[in-house]
Design a protein around this ligand. Sequence first.
Ligand code: COA
Length: 160
Amino acid sequence: MPTALYPGTFDPITFGHIDIVARAAKIFTRVIAVVADNPNKQVLFGTDERVEMARESLKGIDGVEVMQYSGLIVDCLQETDATAIIRGLRALSDVEYEFQMAFTNRNMNTAAETVFLMPSAEYTYLSSSMVKQIVALGGDVGSFVPPFVAGRLARRLKPS
Ligand code: COA
């Protein structure tokens, strides 16, 4: 199996995202985590910071790369010679939004196949927003994100 893209906002990357990448890397020889922008979202971290955190978090998984892309994912697919788009499906509530994206991508590029992977059960209800909220309220996110991501979140969000 050749290359797959795993696009996301990664604001910031969590153990849930890392879990999906690790699963994808067992199926595809090359997995590229694509730090992209969702125009409907206001991000806490700039693109370079999100890329840096993703690189650091994923460096131990063979066959994985991280890149930034600011255009359409279907264009990124062609530019990287990738054949699949990986998305994580956490709960039923993800399905509607994910299907909408998958069908839209396929409408734009008939070769764009989306492959859905399930994260480990412990990350089913994890999201980057939840992690940011916990840090902002002084909670511990050690079981949700790697330590250096937790450190960055604390510096950005914790009242001093
Ligand atoms: N573990 C933990 N959290 C997860 C997760 C997992 N396995 N999978 C998804 N999430 C969470 C994310 O943390 C994020 O949480 P948040 O909303 O609190 O930030 C949420 O689920 C969804 O995030 P993400 O997977 O990053 O999707 P997104 O909606 O933020 O980004 C893009 C979607 C970037 C992939 C999409 O907008 C895109 O492709 N953009 C490029 C432009 C383009 O091609 N647009 C047309 C698309 S049809």
